[in-house]
Design a binder for this molecule. Structure first.
Ligand code: NAX
Length: 325
């Protein structure tokens, strides 16, 4: 067996934490040959619940799980971490404005950035899941002097996977038949699921997709899928979010499919004319723990308009947290 890698996750006793910890421990992130040490990070009041999660993890007797650490101390939790999932965040409560939510989460992600910078493996990879994920990732990066932009990403993979699944359902296909879709922008209702370059069974899909349905129904369906799940379950997506986080980190580490791309929140340095210094979702390919934005896709007027809308929202979010950057 190889040497164990250290995987840290915040919000480990929450809904997504509970779903993802077992899948990572079972080897679904790096495969059956790669042992993992889990560093489970929570706030003090959630530590008793976390103790129960640790007992359950041990009781699974997973072949790939080595050590488990449960802690509220970031220096221990992020200590020598090779991979970090930032899931824990303040949920939006009744009467809370977006500005309040951004500030409350900023207060979490600013010290988190510093702690990762101070204590993690210098070559760590960090995935931000906790909402507002893109702006939380920007705050983390700005407060982590030892972290380079290629080491951090925000999660858009759930939106990407939803695009695949909802299109597949409509066209009576399997999601794996669908390639080259992108969800651009923010993980919010301004996100833009783009089918302009979509291929189905290796064929250009434009003649298979009713443009009026796409513009008037499909985009909305993807943007509001999370709300539909809350309506049905009474709580937000957890297993699908955990699965998307694993997809994201696995592809980033082991490489994405050769004939396809994925959607990832990436630090903008002006690619596709997007304002620099935003975490923006782009189409990307991954190899050897690096991602590269897919270059030179032609974007029609409709796509440009939708992408600009999401960009404007992210600029506003950044303005609201400028004192944390
Ligand atoms: P829960 O409220 O069930 O769990 C959050 C956990 O985080 C709690 O156990 C809490 O104690 C912990 N926590 C809070 N502050 C912390 C800190 N400073 N350090 C460590 N732990 C801390 O939420 P859950 O359903 O698990 O969702 C977690 C986050 O993911 C939310 O912000 C949610 O909005 C976001 N999501 C993001 C998605 C994405 O695609 N980017 C999709 C799914 C999900 O909605």
């Amino acid at each position: 067996m190889k040497q164990a890698v250290n995987v840290a996750l915040t919000g480990a006793a929450g809904n997504i934490g509970y779903a993802i910890a077992f899948r990572i421990a079972a080897g679904h992130l790096f495969g059956p040959e790669q042992p993992v040490n889990l560093h489970l990070i929570e706030i003090e009041p959630a530590l008793p619940v976390l103790t129960g999660v640790v007992m359950e993890l041990r009781d699974c007797a997973f072949a790939t799980l080595h050590n488990v650490v449960a802690t509220a101390d970031p220096s221990i939790g992020f200590g020598d971490a090779d991979y970090v999932f930032l899931i824990g965040s303040r949920p939006r409560t009744k009467g809370m404005e977006r500005q309040d939510l951004l500030s409350a989460n900023g207060a979490i992600f600013k010290p988190t950035g510093k702690a990762i910078s101070d204590h993690a493996n210098p070559d760590v990879r960090v995935l931000v899941v906790g909402n507002p994920a893109n702006t939380n990732a920007l705050i983390t990066l700005h407060n982590a002097p030892n972290l380079a932009p290629h080491q951090i990403s925000s999660m858009m993979r759930l939106d990407h996977n939803r695009t695949l699944s909802l299109l597949a359902e409509k066209l009576n296909q399997h999601p794996t038949a669908i390639k080259q879709v992108t969800v651009w922008g923010n993980h919010s209702t301004t996100q833009f699921p783009d089918l302009q370059h979509c291929q189905i069974n290796s064929q250009d899909a434009s003649s298979m997709i009713d443009q009026s349905w796409y513009k008037n129904e499909f985009i909305d369906l993807v943007q509001k899928r999370g709300a539909k799940i809350i309506e049905a379950r009474g709580t937000s997506s957890a297993a699908s979010a955990a699965s998307a986080a694993i997809d994201h980190m696995r592809d980033w580490t082991l490489g994405s499919a050769a004939d396809n791309w994925v959607s990832m929140g990436i630090y903008s340095q002006g690619m596709y004319g997007i304002d620099p210094d935003l975490m923006f979702s782009y189409p990307a390919v991954c190899r050897d723990r690096q991602f590269t934005v897919v270059q030179d896709l032609q974007l029609n007027e409709f796509s440009q308009h939708m992408i600009a809308r999401s960009e404007q929202e992210l600029i506003k979010e950044r303005d609201m947290v400028k004192d944390l950057l």
